[in-house]
Write a protein that binds this ligand. Structure first.
Ligand SMILES: Nc1nc2c(ncn2[C@@H]2O[C@H](COP(=O)(O)OP(=O)(O)OP(=O)(O)O)[C@@H](O)[C@H]2O)c(=O)[nH]1
Ligand SMILES: [Mg+2]
Length: 479
């Protein structure tokens, strides 16, 4: 499969996977959905990949746009029970603002809530290798708490990741162990750090004190698929048992955005971001004022090189201020606007792919035409040179024919892949996005009394879908 077809396939697969989360594909009551959260690089995608045994993109996804959320599932062997894990982007990421991260979480979690899909628990990952609770880690924990709003955290686990391998063989090939004493010391230091993490209230202590269970994921540190899967599934198994005993309440973010119809900036998580944005804006404005003063002085002294430097700095701060202004605007978005934005993002991806497919097909058709012309010419030339069709000429002609056949096949394949994308376009926009729209509509129609209409709207959408196009390997039930 060429890159274009495989990108189209990935896009449709992602839309299909997300349909269980937005409620478009109905889950059985015994199925479970867990959010996997934590700072960037804490191992979320790796955890999801190992646990579900699926091909998850580790590192950053194919598209680092708003749809940077994905869901993967597996069926527990021997039990007809499907477990979905939602892989999420982390807060305080260098590539995206917190408001973008919160927007995408609010879009999908809001849609799932409005469509009656529950989140049964949260897995928070924290790399034990972080030598202190960094600002990024603190930010993530703060945002998770604000999004949850739970009074008890029995349905949340905190798992430390990145434990170093216990022992490893030296590179000398002698088979002797590396200095195990110093490894033991390193490990003791990590264990001390772990205790600090889970007892200090301002770190992860508050979660633990209110019922969160603590795990060491892949504690022996070997990058072994089976060991990692076993460890991840043990963690998930704990959350399944907890959710079987008592279901957690809906996330505060879901209630705020759907039931209370708050804008993003009015939600608890949004307010934390708004506070930071305000501080950053004030800081930039002060920097700008100081710079202007400086510039006036330098202009008086006619120091051209320093003036240019200050002008550069000023442009930089103005850019940051503009970004902060735009982010402030994003905080005003309601669920309807978030949904529209997400739908637009999907449509843009589809349109880009559609354009690339058309260009690819046009190019391949042109190549094919040239090949067909050249083989026609060769045939005519050979025929005119000899009255009899020789065995050699026949062989040569056959070779050319094969090249043309292969080119023809390529055109057919590109057209098929394009047709497939077009067929699924409707499912992506009408399926995934309408799943969200159903959420929005439901909340608006019922104004908070969600339950009755949730299923009827999403069911109508499900019935309207062509279940065949989605394939049959889904974990979920299309009615
Ligand atoms: N040594 C070690 N490396 C790990 C472990 N888990 C993940 N990694 C590596 O850490 C890097 C980041 O892992 P990801 O799974 O992409 O982390 P993530 O949290 O999804 O990161 P973002 O998508 O950027 O938020 C990758 O190179 C992984 O191979 C682990 O348990 N031990
Ligand atoms: Mg990831």
């Amino acid at each position: 499969m060429d890159i274009l077809s495989s990108t189209a396939q990935q896009l449709t697969d992602q839309a299909q996977r997300l349909s269980a989360i937005t409620g478009l594909v109905k889950s059985s009551p015994r199925d479970r959905i867990f959010l996997v959260m934590g700072k960037t690089g804490s191992g979320k995608s790796s955890f999801v990949a190992r646990c579900t045994d699926k091909d998850v993109t580790v590192g950053h996804g194919l598209y680092s746009c708003t749809s940077d959320i994905d869901a993967y599932s597996y069926i527990i062997p021997g039990q007809n029970r499907c477990i979905h894990l939602i892989d999420t982007p982390g807060f305080n990421d260098t590539n995206r603002s917190d408001i973008e991260t919160l927007s995408v979480l609010a879009s999908y979690l809001g849609a799932s809530y409005a469509n009656g899909v529950s989140i049964h628990g949260i897995i928070v990952l924290h790399p034990i290798t972080d030598n202190r609770m960094s600002g990024t880690s603190m930010r993530n924990v703060e945002m998770i708490k604000k999004m949850c709003g739970w009074t008890s955290y029995e349905n949340l686990v905190v798992a430390t990741t990145m434990w170093p391998p216990r022992y490893s063989f030296s590179n000398s090939g002698s088979g002797s162990y590396l200095d195990t004493e110093s490894q033991d010391q390193d490990r003791a230091a990590l264990e001390k750090r772990e205790t600090e993490l889970f007892t200090e209230e301002r770190f992860l202590g508050e979660l633990v004190a209110r019922g969160a269970r603590v795990f060491r994921h892949n504690k022996n540190g070997r990058r072994d698929a089976n060991e990692e899967m076993f460890s991840a599934r043990q963690i998930v198994s704990h959350l399944i048992t907890e959710s079987d005993t008592s279901m957690p309440p809906a996330l505060r973010l879901q209630r705020e955005i759907i039931e209370e119809r708050k804008t993003l900036g009015e939600t608890s998580a949004g307010m934390a971001i708004a506070g930071d944005l305000y501080k950053a804006r004030k800081e930039h404005e002060k920097q700008l004022r100081d710079l202007e003063e400086d510039l006036k002085g330098q202009l008086a002294q006619a120091d051209a090189s320093h003036v240019a430097e200050l002008e550069d700095l000023k442009a930089d701060i103005q850019k940051k201020l503009k970004k902060a202004e735009e982010e402030k605007e994003s905080l005003r978005k309601s669920m309807t606007e978030l949904h529209e934005e997400e739908e637009r993002a999907w449509e843009e991806k589809i349109q880009t792919l559609d354009k690339q497919f058309r260009e690819q097909i046009a190019q391949k058709e042109e190549e094919l035409e040239e090949l067909e012309d050249s083989i026609r010419e060769i045939r005519e030339e050979t025929m005119s040179m000899s009255s009899r069709w020789s065995f050699e000429a026949d062989k040569e002609y056959e070779g050319h024919e094969n090249i043309v056949k292969a080119a023809r096949e390529e055109v057919v394949q590109a057209k098929d892949a394009h047709e497939k994308l077009k067929a699924q376009t409707g499912n992506i926009t009408n399926g995934l996005a309408n799943g969200m729209a159903a959420g929005v509509t439901t909340a608006i129609v019922t104004g908070g009394m969600l339950l009755d209409l949730r299923y009827s709207i999403s069911n109508r959408l499900i019935v309207a879908m062509d279940s065949h196009v989605w394939g049959s390997s889904m974990c979920g039930h299309v009615e």
